[in-house]
Design a protein around this ligand. Structure first.
Ligand code: PLP
Length: 426
């Protein structure tokens, strides 16, 4: 019965019908997966920090490419190849506009944030020498730690780490004092995936630039929640993933300041990144193609463009206002909940609520929540050093998206009441 698609759609319409008709959250009807049930309950999806759901227009854009345009890009003179190339390059223009990059050549399509940072750590990092320093922070995702550690192993450079205070904010004075004449790059998360902290990146970038140090921002958790203007931020690199931005998996963008990209050697070699190949010597293609070796995720990039258009049309300010209201609601309930400790209480936060319950393992909390149809992330959130900093092995993380409602917040805390019933009042 539950597997009957008609039944499922009807249940979904019912779930959507009881959702309040307040502004942005009304758009939850655009997301077909929100119509399904889990354990006979309407799905309450609060794991958006891990990946967000996709609106029908994004699903349609990907399918439309395969049904109508499929051909390789930048290669054929035939009609399909030209149309596929046009659609792929149009997605690049949408991405340029989405983060207000100055030029389309500064937009490199990649598999995601992880690949973007690896690209910079390998290519920009080719100039690192023994004794050089790479400055990151104590709240980085593993994908903004490990690529730099690998660069250190290759070059003899040293990793320096800015400490995080008890509220989950960076120590700006420590940041400044850790910038040295040997610092070659700063890798900094715009928004922490585990704490929700929005870092004061504009100020930190100004401090780094005052010493001539370029800054890479990890924007994986920022782009779904904040309007991004890479020129106003004055960052040198900006990395993000499509799948956390209502787009497909295996897509993402690396923004790089043109002068820096021009001076960087290719990272991967292959088709599309070359101008001329002979066994004696190969010359490389122009930006951004020099950094897009091989056949890219064409359908994915096109669908990512559609996701950006969708978000842009809704307006990031409206999305941010809606999510802030959800976060306020959730934070108030969390503060009143017995035995709950919030991990991450920074003054500026995106809609991420990380916490632990006294005497109950995060994994057990997650299992009971799942039984109630509430999807959250439990674990170290790919930020093990940060968990260690707060003296916990794992947290429960509820992370919100544009389609979440105050009913979802209420469902989360009703499910947490169940956890307390099962484990007793600890
Ligand atoms: C998810 C995430 C990443 C890694 O993104 P992928 O899509 O897995 O490449 C990096 N940094 C932060 C802050 C993230 O949240």
């Amino acid at each position: 019965m539950r597997d009957d698609p008609k039944e499922r759609a009807a249940l979904g319409r019912a779930a959507n019908a009881i959702a309040p008709a307040d502004g942005i959250a009304r758009r939850r009807a655009d997301f077909p997966i929100l119509a399904r049930t889990v354990n006979d309950r309407p799905l309450v999806y609060l794991d958006n920090g891990a990946t967000s759901q996709k609106p029908q227009c994004v699903i349609d854009a990907e399918a439309h490419y395969y049904a109508h345009l499929n051909a390789n890009v930048h290669r054929g003179v035939h009609r399909l190849s030209q149309e596929a190339t046009d659609a792929y390059e149009a997605a690049r223009d949408i991405a340029r506009d989405f983060i207000n990059a100055a030029q389309r050549e500064e937009i490199v399509f990649v598999r995601g944030t992880t690949e973007a940072i690896n690209l910079v750590a390998n290519s920009f990092g080719a100039r690192f020498r023994a004794g050089d320093e790479i400055l990151i922070t104590g709240m980085e995702h593993h994908s903004n730690i490990v690529p730099w550690q690998l660069a250190c192993e290759r070059s003899g450079a040293v990793l320096k780490v800015v400490p995080v205070d008890d509220s989950g904010e960076l120590d700006a004075a420590a940041f400044e004092s850790l910038l040295s004449p040997r610092t070659r790059i700063v890798g900094l998360t715009h928004v922490s995936n585990a704490l929700g902290t929005i870092n004061p990146v504009r100020e930190l970038i100004a401090l780094a630039h005052a010493r001539g140090v370029p800054v890479l921002l990890d924007g994986a958790q920022a782009v779904p929640h904040l309007a991004i203007d890479v020129q106003a931020l004055d960052c040198d690199f900006y990395a993000f993933s499509g799948h956390k931005l209502y787009g497909p998996t295996g897509t993402g963008v690396l923004y790089g300041r043109r002068a820096l990209l021009e001076a960087m050697p290719p990272w991967q070699g292959g088709g599309d990144m070359i101008r001329q190949v002979s066994f004696a010597r190969t010359t490389y293609n122009d930006l951004p193609y020099r950094f897009e070796a091989g056949t890219p995720n064409i359908a994915g990039a096109i669908a990512l463009g559609e996701a950006m258009r969708y978000v842009r049309d809704l307006g990031l300010d409206a999305i941010a206002a809606h999510e802030s209201a959800l976060l306020r609601d959730a934070t108030e309930r969390a503060r009143a909940f017995p035995g709950l400790r919030l991990i991450g209480t920074a003054r500026e936060k995106a809609a991420i609520l990380s916490f632990v319950l006294q005497d109950v393992h995060a994994h057990d909390v997650g299992s009971i929540l799942d039984h109630e149809g509430v999807a959250v992330r439990t674990g170290h959130h790919c930020a093990m050093p940060l968990m260690e900093r707060f003296g916990v092995a794992a947290t429960v993380r509820a992370s919100f998206a544009l389609y979440n409602t105050h009913e979802d917040v209420a469902a989360l805390f009703a499910a947490l009441d169940k956890v307390r019933e099962v484990f007793g009042d600890a």
